[in-house]
Design a protein around this ligand. Structure first.
Ligand code: NOJ
Ligand code: NOJ
Length: 558
């Protein structure tokens, strides 16, 4: 982190600035080449050549032998297919019921979500903007797939949600604009001390409501209704949130864990996606001027995303800035969440991107030495368990206060989701190219094969898409085996969620790192939402015998 301070005025046609680097976060910097900065007040970009040699003082990255894989799961596993089946009594059905139990709870404002059924130790009896938007995104998937009275119910919840979001935006007590993170259940602002703003919320809320709008229109709904209730009617939330994002993305914000004010990968990813979607959305209302504002901001964010890649650590950093909260591993599963919630379909940090895969491998394996329960590699039937995933290795939040951090259900399910989505995307592309960057990922998750960097492995007969009628050659066999490994490990991560799910199927926030017993907020809504989006991604990847649309429809209509 380099802090610049302005120390002198421009009386003599030059300015004096001082630079301070208390904690060089990219070890190995040897020279400062130039300063390029954007002056928001005058709307100009300035470049000053420096060419100054510097000595970096940060700790060198630790290099240790890469972890050795303890299992080689291949393909979708029947126990997970059963556990997530679209039928009464499955965990997917239980998660759906318990998630809806937390929406519109008695006495709460319509369209709100209680973050967890936990009123003390911890008190999660609030409507968090982030948690609600991610929950409503699942409602939206059910809306899109459901039929009849089920569809109608989801539709009315989503219109209520739009209204609730508008109420939040105009609450007279906002301290940090639309980035306020949490509201009481009557949807009035929580004004106590808190990490604010959290500028991911306006983006994820807009994404959910724009997705809903497309499906509503596709189902024959009226554009005028969407304009009035969702886009820019007097009580519509989406344009407000999108303009807030376009105008505020450069400012630092707290992260999704509500702990660190900085420039966060997760936030930028969801903001970029929201703006790109918004640019297209606005055109439906012939609002070309807004579309241009949003698309220009999306382009500007896109230009910053590459800066999160740390070429020394081969890692996508979760934030720019100094190490806070002792996060010396520089790893945070928020990066994986940023990709699954924020990938915009434009090729930037896609599910199959080699930097994303490399980062996912590093994050997943970083918890092996941290959580004692990670030493349990197999369930009672001998089936492999993926490493339990927490927020970041150094986490000390125990779900109530601070001591030792734990694995989280939603983090573990999100790792599975990334793997399912990667397998779908590779299958659609028809091939996998192994690069030097992604090599460690493949060596760990699909071991036992020889990889040549730069080689493209084709996919075909034998994988779930099963095109082609000729027997696969060696190259294709290897590609198919890689896909099977992705699917096998995705299921292994889901099996970890399953393994630590208590009888009855209730999910809290976390599981104790030593005992594996559920801990923290009970019935965390986001845990259910994350389980369901992972289940949807599994169905899309080919894991549900009935296929993706039947799977979501049957579940929606249960
Ligand atoms: C509550 C936040 O929600 C949680 O994410 C954080 O870790 C703890 N406070 C500790 O700061
Ligand atoms: C703490 C988590 O860190 C944060 O992400 C979440 O929004 C709140 N709990 C509410 O679930």
């Amino acid at each position: 982190m380099i802090t610049f301070g302005y120390t002198s005025d421009a009386a003599n046609h030059y300015e004096i600035w001082s630079a301070n680097t208390p904690d060089v976060y990219l070890d190995g910097i040897t020279q400062l080449l130039n300063i390029t900065y954007q002056a928001l007040d005058v709307g100009k970009v300035f470049v000053q050549v420096l060419n100054i040699n510097v000595v970096a003082t940060g700790a060198a990255p630790t290099t240790s032998a890469p972890p050795v894989p303890y299992a080689t799961p291949r393909g979708f596993a029947n126990d997970i297919t059963q556990w997530l089946a679209a039928r009464q009594g499955s965990e997917a059905a239980i998660a759906k019921t318990l998630m809806f139990n937390n929406i519109n709870i008695p006495g709460a404002a319509p369209g709100t979500v209680i973050a967890a059924q936990s009123y003390t130790a911890p008190d999660y009896a609030y409507n968090w903007v982030r948690d609600s938007s991610l929950t409503m995104d699942v409602v939206q998937s059910f809306y899109a797939a459901g039929t009849g009275s089920h569809k109608a119910t989801y539709e009315s919840i989503l219109f209520q949600y739009a209204q609730a979001r508008y109420q939040e935006q105009v609450d007279p007590g906002l301290q940090t604009g639309l980035g306020e993170p949490k509201f009481f259940l009557n949807n009035s602002i929580f004004t106590g001390p808190w990490g604010r703003p959290q500028n991911d919320g306006p983006a994820t809320s807009a994404i959910t409501l724009m997705e809903f709008s497309s499906d509503y229109l596709a189902a024959g709904g009226s554009l005028a209704t969407i304009r009035q209730a969702i886009y820019d009617g007097p009580q519509a939330p989406v344009l407000r949130d999108l303009l807030f994002v376009a105008n505020n993305w450069t400012y630092s914000s707290f992260d999704i864990w509500e702990e660190e004010p900085s420039d966060h990968f997760y936030n930028r990813m969801v903001q970029h996606r929201a703006l790109l979607m918004g640019a297209t959305f606005a055109l439906q209302f012939n609002d070309g001027a807004t579309s241009q504002i949003l698309s220009a901001a999306a382009t500007a964010i896109a230009a910053t995303l590459g800066q999160f890649w740390d070429p020394i650590r081969n890692l996508i950093l979760y934030e720019y800035g100094p190490v806070l909260r002792g996060k010396y591993s520089y790893k945070d599963v928020a990066v994986v969440l940023g990709v699954i919630h924020g990938y915009a379909g434009d090729g930037i940090y896609s599910y199959t991107n080699d930097q994303v895969l490399e980062t996912a491998w590093q994050i997943a394996t970083s918890f092996i030495p941290v959580f004692p329960i990670a030493a349990t590699h197999f369930d009672a039937q001998g089936r492999p368990l993926g490493t339990p995933i927490g927020r970041y290795p150094e986490d000390v939040y125990n779900g109530v206060d601070t001591s030792l951090g734990n694995p989280w259900y939603l983090c573990t399910a999100s790792m599975a989701e990334l793997f399912y989505r990667a397998s779908t995307a590779f299958n659609k592309a028809g091939s996998i190219t192994v690069t030097e960057t992604s090599l460690p990922f493949w060596q760990y998750f699909a071991p036992g094969q020889t990889y040549t960097c730069g080689t493209t492995y084709n996919l075909g007969r034998g994988n779930n898409y099963g095109w082609g009628s000729v027997s696969p050659n060696g190259n294709t066999q290897q590609g198919n085996a890689m896909i099977a490994s992705l699917q096998g490990w995705a299921d292994a991560f889901m099996r970890t969620v399953k393994y630590y799910t208590p009888a009855g199927g209730h999910l809290s926030e976390e599981v104790n790192r030593t005992t594996g017993v559920a801990q923290g907020a009970k019935d965390l809504t986001w845990s259910y939402a994350a389980l369901l989006t992972a289940a949807f991604a599994r169905a899309e990847a080919g894991g549900a015998p009935v296929g993706y649309s039947n799977y979501v429809r049957i579940l929606a209509n249960l």
